[in-house]
Ligand binder design. Structure first.
Ligand code: AHR
Length: 552
């Protein structure tokens, strides 16, 4: 029997193979493929917002201190205190926006602590000080617990600029008055030399306005952001968002949306807001894939499983959780439309990703840090494809969180640095940004598996397609652990000139990168031969593929 490793070697060498039950055979020309993908070139869905490819950084564990901020005097190569290797690698993925400073941290953060000379900034106890997930051997006296506030507003704005992203601030609605929100906007956006806070910004090194457009009005206001009832949050939202000074910047205010399938939160907030809801630019859903227990528990701590060591059922269950995003988007969108009939308010998913059990932190102070395997890369690909397919609804999505944390693109500790498999997915998918999403039909046998003893299934293949000029991007995930999917791909309404395939796949779905072995998971590129308006491609198990198709 040909092993998965042999198959991968053959694929890399450009040999065509066809899976037949237990063996892998060379493919015969003209053989009927079991799967089909139809890309409908004349059926546009909407432009894919570059903001779908966005990020989230919170003062949580090793995200800011160590991950991003090393300080100007550090031996680690840095630009004004910001880790150079990180911004350079991040810039290559064309990040849309970066959300900061939280998360739950945001509703405990006083933005005034992060302005002025560093030596005068106060040291504050971090929101996460008592989190039960702290590894036992973590130092609890460093900046991850007692924040020196060296990374404040201008440092964050510079970080965004270096990475080529726009800043997205989350304002504190739980523990600061509305006036402090407006003052923060003033500090960021007031014209040079105008108000006292504009002069303070200049003293902090940024004479010109930062022109921050995106502002979150609270975070998880149903939970750590205040435990509000949706009607009460609507009243707070109105108070915070009334008459915010604009300084000529078209402010995009974001409401703290639902936790996963809390449809009640959306319908009651929109119901209370009524017609005034249309002054809100975006409504931010949060959804993490965390429960890999196959329905055995819904307990937040007991339902999670290990990031590295997982069995077949846990593999599929985590992906099942991520696949729920499709339904969450369509159902929340429908509820929003019952009040906002013209859909002027867009849906955001400003926290998403896998959340595993503790135990694989890249270093002890990286609270809720977790390893990132090929499974997480598949999860990232299928989530981004879901957002692309709903380009008419989803205006922004932020993977949580950028570095040393949950579904991270990077690990960075002292002078050590590496990218994760998920980084490669973001780099591969960047080509979708600003392109027109196309209706794309997948017809493929379902992936069957056993869920706590009961037969169930997931989509065999899933993906999205977009077009920009003559370039069509088709991205596809194969969630199966053992089925290679030979697929006939048809471009309805065009002919194909050439095709390039970029594939992220490993011979073990548990494969991951680490400081010691940073290049275990890397994409491979190969030319694909094709004729007319169809091609046949084989998607290997547990893989993410991008087909770059140039039209004739
Ligand atoms: O991303 C970690 C936490 O998850 C965020 O702080 C919070 O918003 C969410 O519950």
């Amino acid at each position: 029997m040909t092993s998965r490793r042999q198959f991968l070697q053959a694929a890399a060498a450009g040999t065509a193979w066809l899976v037949s039950r237990n063996s892998v055979l060379p493919a015969m020309a003209g053989q009927t493929a079991e799967s089909r993908i139809d890309v409908l070139l004349n059926e546009p869905v909407g432009v894919i917002a570059p903001e779908i490819y966005s990020h989230f950084v919170e003062h949580l564990g090793g995200v800011v201190y160590d991950g991003i901020w090393v300080g100007k005097d550090s031996k680690v190569p840095n630009i004004n205190g910001i880790r150079k290797q990180l911004v350079e690698a991040l810039a290559k993925t064309k990040p849309g926006v970066i959300r900061w400073p939280g998360g739950c941290f945001a509703d405990q953060y006083d933005w005034r602590d992060g302005i002025g000379p560093h030596r005068q900034r106060p040291q504050r106890t971090n929101f996460w000080v008592d989190a039960p997930e702290w590894p036992k051997n973590a130092r609890r006296d460093g900046p991850q617990v007692y924040d020196p506030n060296h990374f404040g507003t201008v440092e964050f704005a510079r970080f965004c600029k270096l990475a080529g992203a726009k800043p997205y601030f989350a304002a504190n609605l739980r523990s600061l008055p509305a006036q402090e929100f407006w003052r923060w906007v003033e500090y960021c956006n007031a014209p040079q030399g105008s108000a006292t806070l504009a002069r303070q910004r200049e003293a902090d090194g940024e004479a010109r306005p930062l022109n921050v457009e995106y502002w979150g009005v609270g975070n998880e206001s149903w939970g750590c952001g205040g435990n509000f009832a949706p009607e009460d949050y609507a009243i707070e939202y109105r108070r915070f968002s009334a008459w915010v000074p604009s300084y000529g910047v078209p402010l995009k205010l974001v409401g703290s949306g639902p936790n996963g399938d809390s449809y009640d939160w959306t319908s009651r907030f929109f119901g209370k807001m009524g017609g005034s809801v249309t002054s809100m630019w975006g409504w931010a859903l949060h959804h993490y894939a965390w429960n890999a227990s196959a329905g055995r528990t819904t307990n937040w701590f007991q339902g999670k499983r290990d990031a590295l060591s997982f069995n077949e059922e846990q593999h599929y269950e985590l992906l099942r959780e991520a696949n729920r995003m499709e339904e969450l988007i369509t159902k929340h969108w429908k509820l929003m439309g019952e009040v906002d009939r013209e859909h002027r308010v867009k849906l955001l998913v400003d926290e998403w990703g896998a959340w595993h059990a503790p135990g694989t932190e890249p270093f002890p102070e990286a609270l809720v840090g977790q390893q990132n395997t090929m499974r997480d890369a598949v999860l990232a690909g299928l989530s981004l494809d879901t957002f692309n397919r709903h380009a008419d609804k989803v205006a922004m999505a932020n993977v949580a969180q950028l570095v040393n944390c949950l579904h991270s693109l990077f690990f960075a500790h002292e002078d050590k640095f590496c990218v994760t498999p998920t980084y490669h997915v973001f780099a591969m998918y960047a080509a979708h940004q600003g392109a027109q999403s196309l209706r794309t039909e997948f017809s493929t046998p379902a992936q069957a598996y056993s869920r706590n003893g009961q037969p169930t299934s997931l989509p065999g293949l899933a993906g999205s397609a977009s077009i920009k000029g003559k370039q069509v991007m088709l991205t596809v995930t194969n969630q199966s652990l053992d089925q290679m999917r030979e697929t006939q791909i048809a471009l309805r309404g065009g002919t194909i000139k050439s095709v390039n395939a970029v594939t992220l796949v490993t011979d073990d779905v548990h494969a991951h990168n680490s400081f010691e072995m940073p290049n275990v998971v890397e994409p491979k590129t190969q030319a694909v031969s094709t004729q007319g308006s169809t091609l046949v491609h084989r998607f290997p198990p547990a893989s993410v593929t991008k087909l770059e198709i140039t039209l004739g």
